[in-house]
Design a protein around this ligand. Structure first.
Ligand code: HEM
Length: 454
């Protein structure tokens, strides 16, 4: 066991160093002004750094050993934290869904839901992924100019809803995307709503409650319809409705609804952002785009890949890995120390929030040459094996790692080459992106592209 992973409970170790803040406000204003820049500056203090934000003490860890310690080795002493003291990142919605549940409830849910994510199940979604992408190809080409985040969100939401819930989401209006936007707006670290309870009537809280109310109505209708007509379906929704707990009771309406909300959000936003950033990066890197297309020509003759083609799309996979390194949708993970701990020779008091800024670890020059550059080639044979564990962790780690990881990787490997086989996507903006740090890593301004058929 390395020094970094040594554990202890009570400790006389000093608190970690960190940037001085203002009395009472701590570092709040600085974080709100430039969230990622704040983390970059904080990392100058070392691999374990303390700061104060909106009344809470935070410990940020920047070294892969510490990341592994918090997410994996000592996961039971660092529980997931979702901004409870600030009224919760999800504003009280989806509390009984897999992302936010805890303890026995989480464990029972994870075991149940895992059945919808076995390799066989995921493979059965491949045709839906390609079919929905072909629909988007036609629409984007007709539109000629698209906002990539909007266009990819609509695509990944259709894929998700069709695969996991056998649902034509477009026939139900657009409540999911409006609710996702409202959640991200409220959670944006630049706005005060992120630090206020959800009942405070700020404009963004009001928009959120309206959007979530609409979404809940749609989901309640959907569940009622499915209860009437559950025959011969084996998707995630049917699995949830049929599930029984040990004492023979079924999941409550609330639990089913919270699970739907969780998966509709976690399963489409993240992959849409990955596609947005991949298309943006490839648009500004013609050599890499050419390489990806040449691979596709070689493997499939330029057609959308079938399931059996995927293992041969090695370069495509490198593009996806590099995108998730440089633009990780889950840019930071958060935990809370349930008891006092020591990390890297420093004391982490009980109740301290622990931030794991994935995006900075992914861009750390100790592990990546020229870390700000988009270079899929770096993932050539052997590179990943040489990387320290947890220098790369786009899907998190430990028991609460992403349950949709295989789904997401397959989706990206089906969708990206299908889009590029059919379309020229020329980004219209600057190669350097500004970000908004909300629940996920959002582009601060629309990422627009001109789209033509090839
Ligand atoms: C590129 C796409 C994706 C990325 C980068 C991503 C990233 C992550 C990360 C980092 C976590 C762990 C958060 C933490 O430890 O605090 C997570 C959890 C989760 N993800 Fe994903 N995700 C992606 C796609 C998906 C998809 C497609 C689904 C569903 C189909 C999904 C559903 C979930 C759920 C339900 C959890 C909570 C798991 C638990 O706590 O047991 N994700 N994701």
């Amino acid at each position: 066991m390395s020094e970094a992973t040594a554990t202890s409970t009570e400790t006389n170790a000093p608190l970690p160093p960190g940037p001085d803040g203002l009395p009472i406000l701590g570092n709040t204003l600085d974080v709100m002004r430039r969230p990622l820049g704040f983390f970059e500056d904080a990392a100058e203090y070392g691999d374990v750094v303390t700061y104060r934000l909106a009344g809470q003490r935070f410990t940020a860890v920047f070294h892969p050993d510490h990341v592994e310690r918090v997410l994996v080795d000592d996961h039971d002493r660092f529980r997931r934290w979702a901004g409870e003291e600030w009224g919760n990142t999800f504003a009280g919605y989806a509390e009984e869904g897999l992302l936010l549940s805890e303890g026995d409830q989480w464990h029972r849910q994870r075991l149940l839901i895992q059945d919808a994510f076995t390799p066989d199940r995921i493979e059965s979604y491949a045709d839906t992924m390609v079919g929905e992408t072909e629909r988007s190809v036609e629409r984007w080409a007709d539109e000629g100019r698209v906002d990539l985040k909007d266009a990819t969100s609509s695509l990944t939401l259709r894929i998700l809803a069709r695969s996991l819930f056998d649902l034509d989401i477009e026939g139900r209006g657009d409540p999911v995307r409006r609710a996702a936007e409202a959640l991200n707006e409220r959670a944006s670290i630049r706005g005060v709503s992120a630090f206020l309870p959800a009942w405070v009537p700020t404009p963004s809280n009001r928009r959120l409650h309206r959007a979530m109310g609409d979404l809940e109505d749609v989901l309640d209708d959907l569940v009622a319809e499915r209860r009437e007509d559950a025959a011969d379906r084996d998707d995630l929704l049917s699995l949830l409705l049929a599930a029984e707990t040990e004492d023979g009771t079924t999941l409550s309406e609330r639990e089913v609804r919270d699970q739907l909300i969780t998966f509709l959000f976690a399963g489409h936003e993240t992959t849409a952002l990955s596609l947005t950033y991949a298309l943006h990066a490839l648009g500004h890197h013609p050599d890499q785009r050419r390489h990806l297309r040449e691979e596709l020509d070689e493997v499939t003759g330029g057609e959308p890949p079938s399931l059996s083609d995927l293992p041969q799309l090695e370069y495509t996979e490198r593009v996806i890995k590099e995108t998730l390194r440089l633009y990780p949708p889950a840019y930071a993970l958060f935990r809370e120390a349930t008891e006092e701990a020591e990390i890297g020779g420093y004391r982490v008091p009980e109740g301290s929030k622990v931030s794991v800024p994935q995006i900075l670890v992914h861009r750390d020059e100790r592990f990546y040459d020229d870390p700000e550059a988009f270079r899929p080639e770096r993932w050539a044979d052997g590179f990943e094996e040489e990387l320290p564990d947890y220098a790369y962790f786009p899907f998190g780690g430990g028991p609460r790692h992403c349950i949709g990881m295989r789904f997401a990787m397959m989706e990206l490997k089906e969708v990206l080459p299908t889009l590029l086989a059919r379309l020229e996507v020329e980004p219209l903006g600057d190669p350097d992106l500004e970000f908004e740090t909300a629940i996920t890593l959002q582009p601060a301004t629309p990422v627009e592209a001109r789209v033509t058929r090839r």
